[in-house]
Design a protein around this ligand. Structure first.
Ligand SMILES: Cc1ncc(COP(=O)(O)O)c(C=O)c1O
Length: 441
């Protein structure tokens, strides 16, 4: 070995900094997994089962996971929630290609839509309070009444900022129209273990893609496709294998197994305790006048619009850094913190101090996240598979987008493939630091 290991060195250095992790993964590198798990980096062997033809221990783990989440079938993904989303859309596309799709879809969904040749009809979240907002059941009703050939509805809930859509109401509407409800629950796997079970599968979704690693103690890349509606489970493995690696990590998969066991045992209590702890911090922020998303929200995610009390830009990012905190997301205006029981007392003390000491000044006006109704010129598939080139955001005005242009996080595309980039959108992209865009040649 030469010692020239830049990535490994950087991670080791970061680890030594002893900073408080309020980002993914949910286990927070806290020691939930001992080093021994590395020695289990096996592959498909006669006695270790095969992910896409599971009939032994992987299937057993999936059955236990399904029981834990109240699903009729759960499929393990070692390719993150992205793979679960691709599989979910692939399953849905067998019923029809037209999809009512929330515009805050993650890029993995947009990619799958292109590859599967699906035809999205976009619906925007309501942008409530300057955060992402929720999908309105009333709008779902209107869209499904106006587009009778839609066969599936795809929404992201919780949003990156923790806002939870009214899944029971949306589910009732979808089912009345003969439409299946698919939920990107990437950020909400833990919702099954809150005081009120807010997990989409328990609230009427037909399928949900859950990024276990984001909020539960699972290694990065570990996710589940949870299927409530048994009719959709039939070809689910084939649907996932179309997009998945043939070398799924056994370390990641076994971390899911360990997590499921933990959540059947002491995990539930630990998450319930964490919910109480976070509630106190949310109250503290509220008492100081720091704006947070209102309405039904993820109990373990704290989103602070620090701009509402005059802390923004570089100063905001530095502020949390100086308090020893790595947040999930700081855009100079909103700061997002993912809390789990694997945060230490010291982590929570730091966050409490940061909220208590936040300087209260004059409010600045929030940026609006969504541009209004861009004009569509090509289908997502046509646009993504056409010849394209990268141009500066300034030069992109009037051109057709060949890809999503998406501040990531929070992963909300401002422009979808096939849409015309208006001046307003180009300005918003520049504001969000996106300097180049991929456009059709
Ligand atoms: C809303 C949303 N969906 C899906 C994903 C993809 O999840 P994963 O990173 O597990 O593939 C993300 C990732 O951040 C996300 O924010």
């Amino acid at each position: 070995m030469t010692g020239k290991t830049p990535l490994y060195n950087r991670l080791t250095e970061h680890n030594r900094l002893n900073r408080s992790s309020f980002h993914t993964p949910g286990h927070k590198c806290s020691g939930f997994f001992d080093g021994g798990i590395i020695s289990l980096d096996y592959t498909e062997l006669p006695d270790t089962d095969t992910l896409y033809e599971a009939n032994d221990v992987i299937l057993e783990t999936e059955i236990r996971a399904a029981e834990l989440f109240g699903a009729s079938r759960s499929l393990i993904s070692a390719g993150g929630c992205s793979l679960a989303i691709q599989a979910m859309l692939n399953i849905a596309s067998e019923r029809g290609k037209k999809l009512l799709c929330a515009r805050n879809a993650h890029r993995s969904a947009v990619n799958a839509i292109a590859l599967l040749g699906m035809e999205p009809v976009w619906i925007s979240p309501d942008g409530g309070d300057g955060f992402t907002g929720r999908i309105s059941p009333k709008e779902v009703e209107e869209m499904l009444s106006n587009h009778r050939d839609i066969t599936a509805c795809y929404i992201t809930s919780p949003s990156y900022y923790g806002e939870i859509s009214d899944i029971p109401a949306i589910s009732e509407i979808c089912h009345r129209h003969g439409v299946v409800l698919l939920v990107d629950n990437a950020h909400g796997s833990h919702l099954a273990f809150m005081r009120d079970n807010m997990h989409p599968i328990s609230n009427g979704a037909d399928m949900s893609a859950c990024s276990l690693h984001k909020t539960l103690p699972v290694l990065t890349g570990g996710a589940l496709l949870n299927i409530a509606n048994p009719a959709l489970a039939k070809n689910a493995k084939e649907a996932m294998s179309l997009f998945g690696s043939t070398s799924p990590s056994y370390i990641i998969m076994s971390s899911i197994d360990l997590c499921v066991d933990y959540m059947f045992g002491e995990g539930k209590k630990a998450y319930a305790e964490c919910e109480k702890r976070v509630k106190v911090l949310k109250f503290l922020a509220e008492s100081r006048g720091i704006r947070q998303p209102r309405g039904l929200c993820d109990p373990l995610r704290i989103t602070l619009n620090t701009a509402s009390v005059g802390l923004f830009g570089e100063e905001q990012v530095r502020y949390f850094e100086e308090h020893g905190i790595d947040c999930e997301f700081c855009d100079g205006e909103n700061a997002v913190f993912i809390c789990t029981p694997f945060n230490s007392d010291q982590d929570f003390e730091r966050l409490e101090r940061a909220i208590k000491e936040l300087p209260i000044r004059n409010c600045i006006e929030s940026k609006k996240i969504f541009a209004e109704n861009p004009i569509k010129k090509l289908s997502v598939r046509e646009a993504m598979l056409s010849m394209s080139e990268t141009v500066s955001t300034e030069e992109s005005i009037g051109r057709i987008a060949a890809n999503t242009a998406c501040p990531c996080p929070p992963g909300i595309p401002l422009i979808m493939p096939g849409e015309i980039i208006s001046m307003e959108i180009a300005e918003k992209l520049s504001e969000l630091g996106i300097k180049e865009v991929r456009v059709i040649k």
